[in-house]
Design a protein around this ligand. Structure first.
Ligand code: SF4
Length: 76
């Protein structure tokens, strides 16, 4: 990936059914609400050290609710 691009993780709340697999696999990226549905921590920007976990979480969401998109990095 280019140095000018970042990966962003998102959860589609319409698809999420609260299995919490994403949270179990990447606690640093996801948190659970009071109903057990997942939401992204912070801005959703994935630090390079957590990219593998983000892709694993995406692959293990049975509802295909986890999305990873590449975006242009905001200027410093
Ligand atoms: S694994 Fe998918 S369905 Fe389950 S809590 Fe995470 S986003 Fe929601």
């Amino acid at each position: 990936m280019s140095e000018n691009r970042v990966l962003i993780v998102k959860i589609d709340p319409e698809k999420c059914q609260g299995h919490a697999r994403c949270h179990a696999l990447a606690t640093e990226l996801f948190e659970l609400d009071e109903f057990g549905n997942a939401r992204v921590r912070g801005s959703g920007q994935i630090p390079p050290s957590l990219e593998d976990q983000a892709w694993i979480a995406r692959a293990n969401c049975p509802e295909l609710a986890v999305e990873i998109v590449e975006q242009a990095k905001a200027p410093d």
